[in-house]
Design a protein around this ligand. Structure first.
Ligand SMILES: N[C@@H](CCC(=O)N[C@@H](CS)C(=O)NCC(=O)O)C(=O)O
Length: 229
């Protein structure tokens, strides 16, 4: 089995954190073939990562992959012991995915000031801030999102909060995490967890690489414009 994933992909980071926390050692982590050339749709029609490849039979969507992995690897269960506990875990995971991660992901396209649509930034960042405030109601105060142990809620929340902390400033919106004490305390504590720390290293590495690539492309475009002038 292979997981097509990338360092900076928060949805992939969520599944990688689950794999690390469950101690799964027989899933290979690979870069998606043809992702940069637009050919990845030949592997998965949605052309998004992560994708779990069962040997030609591919499963897209991080949430679907995570639930599949929970079913086939029962060790170190990251969902609940009761239906209600699972619902509590899924609630936080869903807030992190839909209201935080998805809006943050779309804000990523608004980084360049010259092409920025401020109405889009206001709409999406407003939704992110609303999601962060709502999280406070559901989070535990013992260093984990829910249940006092690492769950799928943490696996989704860690990459989502990474994006808020590191990417919101690129659209000139202040990080809301420090203003919501429960979320700020959770964020400081979960960073110490070994599995969270591992994906945070990967996410930071991906962000550095992406920023270097953007700087290189800008320098190339500038040199081309100068040569043509
Ligand atoms: N809902 C999907 C979102 C996946 C997604 O958007 N992944 C991004 C990388 S983090 C991607 O592959 N983007 C490529 C594109 O937008 O074309 C999931 O949960 O897996």
């Amino acid at each position: 089995m292979k997981l097509y994933s990338g360092d900076l992909s928060p949805y992939s980071a969520k599944v990688r954190m689950q794999i690390y926390a469950k101690g799964i050692s027989d899933i290979e982590l690979e870069l998606p073939p043809g992702f940069l050339t637009g050919q990845f749709n030949q592997t998965s029609p949605l052309a998004r990562i992560p994708v779990l490849d069962l040997g030609g039979d591919v499963i897209p969507e991080s949430e679907v992959i995570s639930e599949y992995l929970e079913e086939i690897y029962p060790q170190n269960r990251l969902l609940g012991a009761t239906p209600r506990e699972t619902a509590a875990i899924r609630t936080v995971s869903r807030i992190a995915d839909i209201y935080v991660m998805n809006n943050m992901f779309m804000l990523g396209g608004q980084g360049r000031k010259s092409t920025r649509d401020q109405a889009v930034v206001d709409l999406l960042s407003g939704q992110v801030i609303r999601g962060i405030k709502a999280l406070a109601h559901y989070l535990g105060d013992d260093g984990f999102a829910v249940s006092g142990r690492l769950t799928m809620a943490d696996c989704t929340l860690v990459p989502a909060l990474f994006l808020v902390e590191n990417v919101l400033s690129t659209v000139e919106v202040a990080d809301p995490i420090p203003d919501v004490p429960k979320v700020a305390a959770y964020w400081a504590a979960i960073k110490q967890n070994e599995h969270a720390a591992k994906v945070l290293v990967e996410l930071h590495r991906g962000l550095v690489e992406r920023r270097e690539l953007i700087a290189k492309m800008a320098a190339k475009a500038k040199a081309k414009a100068a040569a043509e002038a």
